[in-house]
Design a protein around this ligand. Structure first.
Ligand code: NAD
Ligand code: UGA
Length: 435
């Protein structure tokens, strides 16, 4: 079987490499010359654990290729996946579908025979139908189907999530499209992952509903953390206490500085707009967006208060910049507003992130110092703030930190440290939602 994948980013590259691993011939098309050059030279344009080995072995086996020419990639392809970005459109919160529609038009021009055109990108309800209209208008002669196959992988765990998903959702209207998708997903179906066949609109909405629900769960526990701080309860125990109820579930109940990333923020916002336009507004999701935005922008004020109220001239060390560990993705990271505000208020900000520093540079103020490692960042700092819970930060020795830092304020926005051990080393420790 042969497929084309339009877009070689987090989703296109991971899913293309995973399909290749399952024995499919995959031609990835990438328009960004820097990303394409890296891929052709065997360098990964993104950081994702395990990806480099997977890509290299499938390139060596001749099942995975990279190019810029859609027509070449489409040659003999039974399905073409659109995996381009759908960022928030400037001004109105809608998903910007210009990349998706441009790709659909390019695909239509390049097609030589029947293929299923599949949206892997997260797209609002109605996009599949619009793609069908674009393709028909561009090439009235073509025989094709449109399908929606939203992706549920998480960055940092993308290969595992793709190869062993909780479920696969496929929205398709013709038997021919369903049969093609079924063959493609046969290796995953063999792992007993449920493959759900739905209508196109249902598949499109399922993706947004899933992300919104998870974002709501995170926002809920963040509010409970605030309540714990006012009442002396411990949010970690509350999360465990409710999470053991199988109807609630233990995952996505870790409080923090607010959700970030390339998906939850933009997808909750897009769902708000989709629901408003459909005349069925979601006040829950609207509130999740507002509460999370306020949390992210308020986090810096909390840090400033914990640093004694004035930070001008103080040195603040920041551990972790990416929106979560095991990725280099800085999109909508809570670190961006935090670092910007600390710098604006006159602090010397020393940052370290294992993979995110290159992506962070254009997004952070120029006055920031980029450090070699956590210890370098902590040097002479008045306060240390952990924003992203990379594993390498979990094992830092409190006594060594105490010798490196000037001050004794430790602000742990992910609750990774043992408060008692930190206090014993002389730190004033502040977690999230813990007494
Ligand atoms: P990304 O920006 O990393 O990758 C998109 C790539 O597509 C870019 O490299 C871009 O240059 C390329 N591109 C754009 N137009 C093109 C064209 N016409 N031809 C060839 N290449 C083109 O984005 P991403 O994170 O991979 O997300 C892609 C989509 O998948 C989004 O809709 C996102 O919401 C969704 N999604 C992302 C994740 C995730 O974890 N990142 C998970 C599930 C779903
Ligand atoms: C999320 C979803 O988990 C994926 O299923 C989905 O495919 C993807 O969005 C998408 O649509 O692109 P991702 O953004 O990679 O994946 O990361 P998550 O692990 O979901 O984390 C999102 C944000 O929530 C991060 O900022 C993280 O720190 C935060 N979070 C998550 C918490 O604060 N607490 C938690 O318990 C879980």
């Amino acid at each position: 079987m042969r497929i084309a994948m339009i877009g070689g980013g987090y989703v296109g590259l991971v899913s293309g490499a995973c399909f290749a691993e399952f024995g499919v011939d995959v031609a990835v098309v990438e328009v960004d010359p820097t990303r394409l050059a890296a891929l052709r030279e065997g360098r990964m344009p993104i950081y994702e654990p395990g990806l480099e080995d997977l890509v290299k072995s499938n390139v060596a086996a001749g099942r995975l290729t990279f190019g810029a020419d859609i027509a070449e990639a489409m040659n003999g392809a039974e399905a073409v996946f659109i995996a381009v970005g759908t960022p928030t459109r400037r001004g109105d919160g809608h998903a910007d579908l210009s990349y998706v529609y441009a790709a659909a038009e390019q695909v239509a021009r390049a097609m030589t025979g029947y293929a299923v055109i599949v949206t892997k990108s997260t797209v609002p309800v109605g996009t599949g139908r619009r793609i069908a209209e674009i393709v028909s208008a561009t090439r009235p002669d073509l025989e094709f189907d449109v399908a929606s196959n939203p992706e549920f992988l998480r960055e940092g765990n993308a290969i595992g999530d793709f190869m062993k998903p909780d479920r696969v959702v496929i929205g398709a209207t013709s038997e021919r499209a369903r049969a093609t998708m079924q063959r493609l997903y046969a290796p995953i179906a063999a792992t007993e992952a449920p493959i759900l066949f739905t209508g196109i609109e249902t598949a499109e909405l399922t993706k947004y509903a899933g992300n919104a629900f998870l974002a709501m769960k995170v926002t809920f526990i963040n509010e409970m953390a605030d309540l714990c701080e006012r009442t002396g309860a411990d949010v970690l125990e509350v999360a465990r206490g409710i999470g053991l109820d199988a109807r609630i579930g233990a995952r996505f109940l870790q409080p923090g500085p607010g959700f970030g990333g390339s998906c939850f923020p933009k997808d909750t916002l897009a769902l708000v707009r989709i629901a408003q336009e459909a005349g069925a507004p979601s006040r829950l999701v609207e509130t999740v967006v507002a509460v999370n935005d306020a949390r992210k922008s308020g986090m810096a004020a909390r840090i400033i208060t914990l640093c004694g109220g004035a930070i001008r001239g103080k040195t603040i060390a920041i551990l972790g910049l990416t929106f979560k560990p095991e990725t280099d993705d800085m999109r909508d990271s809570p670190a961006i507003p935090i670092v910007a505000r600390l710098a604006e208020d006159g602090a010397h900000v020393r940052v370290y992130d294992p993979e995110g520093m290159d992506a962070a540079r254009p997004l952070l103020p120029p006055s920031i110092s980029y450090c070699r490692d956590a210890h370098d960042a902590a040097k002479d700092a008045d306060a240390l703030v952990l924003i992203t819970e990379w594993n390498q930060f979990r094992a830092l020795s409190p006594t060594r930190l105490a010798t490196e830092m000037k001050g004794r304020t430790l602000i742990d926005l992910r609750n990774v440290y043992d408060p008692a051990a930190m206090r014993q080393a002389g730190f004033t420790y502040h977690g999230i939602g813990r007494p």
